[in-house]
Design a protein around this ligand. Structure first.
Ligand code: ATP
Length: 343
């Protein structure tokens, strides 16, 4: 069994009246790429700062690799934090920036240089050692910050929205590279992000943070396919909630349900269920959006309620798609894709 890199037990932290972190229990495994995902103000950064030691909890316990570190200063913990603004020293070269932590720890010069060069190679910045940070692009600065974090080989790397300052294309490219880098070095990464796609793309596991608590922790597939709460269902993907009344009318089941749009097929009104496990509902297409690879249908259900369905565009053109607006359709899904949520 894999070891536990980080264990949080009964963690609380308040700055004023309402707790920023309100009773968090969490285990992050060795070598895992783990994301803390949640909206602005949900407490992700506070959680990260508690792990790093920049904040002290009001209550609870923090362990790193089985050792309690709750009261220890940041430098006494085997972790390194990468901030969104990179915090590079402008007057130092790239190499000096990367080697800085080793210099502070009095590592001999030759070894410092060798390790800085290796770290720069790991982030694919060979040959940039002599440059100053102001002569680098945003993506390159981000890599220098990573190299500086990796050079000391911490047990855990904490990353607070590290890609937030990059434009979309570069961010998507860095997501793939960061994940590959993590796999290569085998260090536990804990990433703070409000971007659900980023979390789904990069993580081995995700904790969804809702108002200072962990709403759900699991693999991207578990979080997406089996959301534990209505908040998780709506924050990660399109929730497509069926309230109690609608669910009862359609499927005869009590409770609130969430169905992901790509699980719903859009058919002609006369089509029926093909298997006993299918549920169907008729309605009118309120909106139809051609997305290139897929088409999004928003359907007003007969008797109330609204569902979004996403269909792959196999042979459809945008002109054909537009003709669906206002037409009558039948929606069909497999009952197992309707996830019951706690009310
Ligand atoms: P964001 O993505 O906007 O950074 P977040 O999920 O990281 O949000 P936190 O920064 O942890 O959330 O903030 C959680 C709550 O705690 C917020 O209400 C915030 O205003 C408050 N808070 C955080 N740090 C402090 C502080 N040093 N002093 C006072 N309040 C704080």
């Amino acid at each position: 069994m894999e070891g536990i890199a980080i264990r949080l037990q009964g963690l609380w932290k308040s700055f004023g009246q309402t707790p920023a972190v309100g009773g968090v229990d969490l285990e992050i495994r060795d070598g895992e790429f783990f994301s803390l995902l949640g909206p602005s103000g949900s407490g992700k950064t506070t959680l990260l700062r508690l792990i790093a030691g920049f904040e002290t909890p009001d209550q609870g316990r923090i362990e790193l690799a089985g050792q309690e570190v709750t009261g220890l200063a940041p430098y006494e913990r085997d972790v390194h934090t990468v901030f969104q603004d990179y915090a590079l020293f402008p007057h130092m070269t790239v190499e000096q920036n990367v080697a800085y932590g080793l210099r502070v720890r009095k590592v001999p010069k030759a070894e410092r240089l060798a390790r800085a060069r290796q770290a720069l190679a790991e982030v694919r910045l060979e040959g940039y050692g002599r440059r100053r940070p102001d002569r680098l692009s945003g993506g390159q600065r981000q890599r220098v910050a990573l190299a500086r974090a990796l050079v000391g080989r911490p047990r855990v790397l904490l990353l607070d929205e590290p890609l937030g300052a990059l434009d979309l294309k570069l961010r998507q490219q860095m997501q793939v590279e960061l994940k590959a880098l993590q796999r290569e070095v085998g260090i536990t990464f804990v990433l703070v992000t409000h971007d659900q796609e980023e979390a789904l793309t990069m993580s081995d596991r995700i904790a969804v943070v809702d108002r200072g608590r962990i709403a759900q922790a699991g693999t991207p597939a578990e979080i997406y396919e089996r959301p534990a709460t209505a908040f998780v269902a709506s924050f990660v993907g399109v929730s497509n909630l069926l309230d109690g009344e609608t669910a009862h009318r359609i499927a005869g089941s009590p409770g609130t349900y969430s169905i992901r749009p790509e699980k719903i097929r859009v058919l002609t009104e006369s089509a029926g269920p093909e298997e006993p496990e299918h549920a169907t509902a008729t309605g009118t297409v309120a909106e139809v959006v051609y997305l290139g690879d897929a088409t999004r249908f928003v359907v007003d259900l007969d008797g109330g309620g609204r569902l979004t369905a996403l269909q792959q565009n196999l042979e459809t053109s945008s002109a054909e798609v537009a003709a669906y607006r206002g037409t009558r359709v039948r929606l069909r899904w497999h009952r197992r894709h309707a996830v019951r949520l706690p009310s």
